[in-house]
Design a protein around this ligand. Sequence first.
Ligand SMILES: NC(=O)c1ccc[n+]([C@@H]2O[C@H](COP(=O)([O-])OP(=O)(O)OC[C@H]3O[C@@H](n4cnc5c(N)ncnc54)[C@H](O)[C@@H]3O)[C@@H](O)[C@H]2O)c1
Length: 334
Amino acid sequence: MADIVILGSGGFGLSLAVSAYNTGNHSVTVWSKFQQEIDDIRAHGEHRQKLPNVKIPEDIRLTSDISCIKGCDMLIFSVPSGFVRSVAGLAKPYADDNMVVVNSGKGIEEESLKLLSEVITEELGTDKLVVLSGPSHAEEVARGIPTTIAAASYNKNAAKYVQEQLGSHNLRIYLNDDVKGCELGGALKNIIALCCGICDGMGGGDNTKAALMTRGIHEIAKLGTAAGAKIVTFSGLTGIGDLIVTCTSVHSRNARAGRLIGQGMSPEEAVRQVGTVEGYACCNAAYKLAQKLGVEMPITEQLNKVLFHGGNAQEAITVLMNRPMIYEHEELHL
Ligand SMILES: NC(=O)c1ccc[n+]([C@@H]2O[C@H](COP(=O)([O-])OP(=O)(O)OC[C@H]3O[C@@H](n4cnc5c(N)ncnc54)[C@H](O)[C@@H]3O)[C@@H](O)[C@H]2O)c1
């Protein structure tokens, strides 16, 4: 039995809590910064906005007291990327070296361009950091729909611990040692999901979306390998796997925000309406990172124009379609 604490009572934090609880083996606590959110979940037995129609068992402890993490075996971060550093700061006084620390958030810290695992490691000083990523919509994880993800870590024992404790007949967890690749794949696919949503919103075709996904994973892999990730990771669960689910699922908030933008809504308003749209901030961060590493990312560059510089989506497609004709895998033919 493990004592598991999840930081963040949004859709994904709660789905991991239910999944861990349903193994029948663990004591599970979910922390929120907001007492009102906790009270609301308890009053209605579910999170009506973030994870509707999923009952949160009474035995899962809900609290806004961060000292709940004291002495736990596994500490899981499940907050949007913009809040990871501040939540890690709150957790720090109660964290210890024995805890396995898991990041399930997907993004890049906008100011520093650091991965979330780097932010958490910096704040907590842990050597037991594990990244949990892959195609895993909260709505399905919480309902026990068969799901596969990866637990990536430089510390094999820590990754194995996560695999053993959180894995179940519904949640199959593979080990991976490419932390950078897993994290970048999970963060960057949201950019492509926004693009696919925009394409749908404009009444675009399936060919165009397939092109965005395929050329999307290509440029994600280019940035990833330039940052030190392994190319094979991008053909796995945290790369193409997560990209497929995010670009095609009704559950994707990035695709939903994209559809609104494609229908003519301003990006700011679309993000305000949909809520957590990780691809928005990530597009800005990824574009900066690409410039820093000297990597060409045409799709990310065009989305950046649409989101932050008043660019027009139709013009963005025209620009992408009129780039010089090149080899598909140009790095093999230079
Ligand atoms: N929802 C999914 O299907 C899913 C799947 C895999 C990974 N993720 C990732 O998990 C992370 C969390 O996503 P989510 O879907 O649970 O988000 P969410 O929008 O459902 O929930 C966000 C939660 O973050 C917390 N929060 C909000 N503002 C905060 C603040 N200032 N300080 C501390 N906490 C705050 C609140 O508890 C809120 O409920 C994201 O990075 C997301 O990409 C989500």
